[in-house]
Design a protein around this ligand. Sequence first.
Ligand SMILES: [Zn+2]
Length: 50
Amino acid sequence: MLFFARFKHIKMKTKKALVCPNCWGLGIVTDEDGNTALCVACNGTGKIYN
Ligand SMILES: [Zn+2]
């Protein structure tokens, strides 16, 4: 039971990668609630810094 509880917790925190409209990379992540964050590749600027 404890295992499933932990698994559910992890699954709820799973994030999806979306294509960033600025740099066209898979840098935008969203959580289960659909909340999106700034692109981690270009930080929302369209310019990719490595
Ligand atoms: Zn980007």
